[in-house]
Design a protein around this ligand. Structure first.
Ligand SMILES: [Zn+2]
Length: 157
């Protein structure tokens, strides 16, 4: 994709000024919001190597062989239409390198709205933040998150 095109993560910036440096490994996500944005845009652009590299070694998906994980990521990536991302709340990293981000991912699959809210957990591995785990709530048809929704009030489905 053109680097001057809008970034798929809905930041309002160009891809070059937003998620491309992460995908090109010129930068590594240091804040949870950077990892959520760069992973969402990596899904939208089919950058499965980046999705794999930013999975923490403790993530449940890592129990599968790397080529199986990559194939599953590639299939998932291609199956969605990407409608946008909204960061609801992002914690700063604590002294152990841990943080959480609550976000709304708007997606369609085969004409069905499969949007969801996720409370994702990240852990820094000395290079960058990695995706360790997440809890989701289905949010079909949601375009804007409820104003009272926060990490403290989130209830997974
Ligand atoms: Zn972006």
């Amino acid at each position: 994709m053109s680097k001057s095109a809008p970034c798929p993560c809905s930041s309002g910036k160009s891809y070059a000024e937003c998620c491309a440096p992460f995908h090109d490994r010129k930068r590594h996500a240091q804040e949870g919001e950077e990892l959520v944005r760069s992973r969402y845009s990596a899904f939208a652009l089919g950058k499965v190597d980046y999705l794999y590299d930013t999975l923490h070694e403790d993530h449940p998906d890592r129990r599968h062989a790397p080529d199986q994980i990559m194939a599953a990521l590639r299939a998932a990536s291609a199956s969605f239409k990407y409608m946008g991302l909204t960061i609801i709340e992002a914690e700063p990293r604590d002294r152990d390198g841990y943080c959480r981000v609550l976000y709304l991912a708007r997606l369609f699959r085969k004409g069905t709205d499969v949007s969801f809210i996720e409370l994702a957990e990240f852990l820094h591995d000395g290079i960058g933040l990695r995706y360790r785990n997440g809890k989701t709530m289905d949010a079909p048809g949601m375009r804007v998150p409820p104003l009272d929704l926060a990490i403290a009030t989130f209830q997974p489905s």
